[in-house]
Design a protein around this ligand. Sequence first.
Ligand code: SAH
Length: 264
Amino acid sequence: MSVEIVFVMVGTTHTGNLGAAARAMKTMGFSRLRLVDTCAHLSAEALARSSGANDVLQEAQRCDTLQEAVADCHIVVGTSARARQLSVPLRSCRSIAEELRELSGVGSPDQTVAMVFGQERSGLSNESLDLCTRLLRIPCNPDFSSLNLGSAVQVVAYELSQSLQSIPLGAPLPQPGKWKGSTAKDSPPVPSADPDELPATSEAMEHFFEHLDRVMINTGFLDPDNPRLLRRRLRRYFESHRPLGSELAIFRGILSSVENPRKR
Ligand code: SAH
């Protein structure tokens, strides 16, 4: 029981889609929803389309930015109907679900995973994709690959629930609020992990990118008036190989030593 899934909706424009997303999540046993720059999530239409998943909508957390919404996450999965240039490699929904199942094995430490969904028309912006450590695509007709937002949430939630929770056919109904999108509740408690041995959180990565930027500008490696693709390439590299907390501390130490070289 060590992978905590959070669904994040970015820029949703149709309030009914938020209701459909909440319904899709709840049917698969997930409940944690965060909203970034979306339309109203408690409108009559949203509540109607949620078909009784009102609690998911009512408990949804509003965040000002995607950065804030994923700050505590160790893995950030962006979803997209098409391959994007200059983003982390594209993976199928099932392969990500399987990876998460391996991470959730008994004895492994707690990790928070964000599943990020984009705007109905335009999907996720490049800036949002820059914050993702994985990019997920639901394999489908290459000539007609864009699912309705609520349907995309349903497919992803289904795959995750199959991998993480193995909800059997005809399972007894869970008590309300008991399914939190984690794995089996009756497995023995896992001792809390040393955060240094988990992938760095998104918040720690942001501090690192700011530090890296400062050093690159001060050494003259990066011209802030003409950064070209340097920042994005570096982000893509570090996000697709997100270091552990202890490894990130080494990179931060190297950057600090460049800023303040110690005389031998
Ligand atoms: N042209 C947009 C389509 C947006 S559809 C794009 O390229 O992404 C709205 C959202 O639904 C997407 O941002 C994504 O979160 C999800 N979605 C739709 N189809 C998907 C697919 N085939 N695989 C993964 N996510 C999908």
